[in-house]
Write a protein that binds this ligand. Structure first.
Ligand code: DAT
Ligand code: MG
Length: 141
């Protein structure tokens, strides 16, 4: 099997709540390898590119503002089928319905806000992963 890579982000709510280690622990416990990890502040330009598919949606600006509200832990994780596998670890987008055992299901909360604060991002396809790793870790490409 070819080792696949995905972009994982611990979003500002996860960093603020001190869950970065717990989230990385789950990624490593599953058997994925951390290839790059960086705590950083996102920028409007980076987020516009990262979330281009959501531009124009009602939650777009709240999402960008949320992602600018504190540092983000950007991670490249590698492993067999890691793109789908990490999304499985993350659970459903809405933490109120995410299954127990998942990051969002176990740790995510509904804050009743205009944007869902769900702790993590994971790339959704090989194309997205390549694009997003290029955006967050240009030196790796
Ligand atoms: P995912 O992060 O599960 O891939 P997505 O790509 O559809 O979900 O959306 C990106 C983020 O935007 C998501 O993590 C939380 C927020 N979001 C998505 N749909 C939303 C909605 N209907 N209302 C509020 N926030 C939403
Ligand atoms: Mg997505």
């Amino acid at each position: 099997p070819v080792a696949e890579r995905t972009l994982v982000l611990v979003k500002p709510d996860g960093v603020r709540r001190g869950l970065s280690g717990e989230i990385l622990r789950r990624v490593e416990a599953k058997g994925y390898t951390l290839r790059a990890v960086r705590l950083m502040d996102a920028t409007p330009e980076l987020l516009a590119a990262h979330y281009a598919e959501h531009e124009g949606k009602p939650f777009y600006q709240p999402l960008v503002d949320f992602m600018l509200s504190g540092p983000v832990l950007a991670v490249v994780a590698e492993g067999n089928n890691v793109i789908a596998g990490f999304r499985s670890l993350a659970g459903a987008t809405d933490p109120t319905v995410a299954a127990p055992g998942t990051i969002r299901g176990d740790l995510g909360r509904d804050w009743g806000l205009k944007v869902v604060q769900n702790l993590v991002h994971g790339s959704d396809s090989t194309e997205s992963a390549a694009r997003e790793i290029g955006l967050w870790f240009p030196e790796l490409v």
